[in-house]
Design a protein around this ligand. Structure first.
Ligand code: ARG
Length: 247
């Protein structure tokens, strides 16, 4: 009996199907809101490239959107608990994550880059003996860990704190998304940060509850439609001056 009860409790809540979402008229989408220029707050307003992409996708689906902003590490877990229908927060598609959630098609391609103040720290090799900051739970952490000669990896709940650690000189390098890095360098020209090489590349996608393929299929159709009708390109050029879709 005890085992059966425990097994029932461990079952994920039933994710809402696309039909249930359609009946409701509204999809609940979660993001972090601390990862400019992808998802961030301008005052009280949630904005950014992937906020606008999600809004265009959801509009194509004929639905309204309700945003939730949470810490990065809560996002994929909440899908399993049926607290929201979809997550869009610059998640790279990994085998590990794909065991827990269902990814849609990627909405952009990017990669993790090395940022340092010392121009001599540019490549993975240069990280030997160095202290590196990354956001907790990210592919940056995973990939820095693979660089065996790194002295120490410091984890921060937010990527902005990982950046602050570099700026204040508590770490030698910061690994983050290439577009986030470029944006940060532009926004903080006097901080002395320099852009190094790619450590790895990745495909970035939204996620839905594991097995919610009905919803994923509709999202994929809508994403393909905004990529075909020019609206994706307009949003991308507005934020980056280029089209960052996967080629
Ligand atoms: N691309 C990285 C990953 O897949 C980092 C994502 C961080 N996203 C964020 N909203 N802070 O883990």
């Amino acid at each position: 009996m005890a085992t059966a009860a425990a097994a029932t409790l461990a079952l994920p809540a039933q994710a809402r199907t696309i039909d249930e979402i359609r009946k409701d008229g509204k999809i609940v989408v979660a993001t972090e809101g601390q990862f400019a220029p992808f998802n961030f707050f301008q005052g009280a307003k949630l904005t950014g490239f992937e906020v606008e992409v999600a809004e265009a996708v959801v509009a194509k689906m004929g639905l309204k959107i309700e945003w939730k902003a949470l810490s990065f590490d809560a996002l994929l877990t909440g899908l399993r608990q049926d607290r929201w229908d979809m997550v869009i927060a610059s998640h790279g598609i990994t085998d590990e994550r794909a065991k827990a959630v269902t990814f849609t098609e990627p909405h952009y391609c990017s990669g993790g880059v090395i940022v340092a103040k010392d121009a001599a720290i540019k490549t993975a090799k240069d990280l030997a003996g160095k202290v590196v900051s990354v956001q907790t739970g990210t592919t940056y952490l995973e990939n820095v860990k693979k660089v065996s000669a790194v002295k120490e990896v410091k984890n921060f709940p937010q990527d902005t704190d990982a950046r602050a650690a570099l700026v204040s000189g508590r770490v030698d390098a910061w690994v983050t998304d290439r577009f986030v890095a470029a944006n940060s360098l532009k926004a903080n020209p006097d901080a002395g940060m320099k852009l190094g090489d790619f450590l790895f590349i990745e495909r970035i996608a939204s996620a839905v509850a594991k097995g919610n393929t009905g919803l994923a299929t509709e999202v994929n159709k809508a994403l393909a439609a905004i990529q075909a009708d020019g609206s994706y390109a307009t949003i991308s050029k507005k934020w980056f001056g280029e089209d960052i879709r996967c080629k």
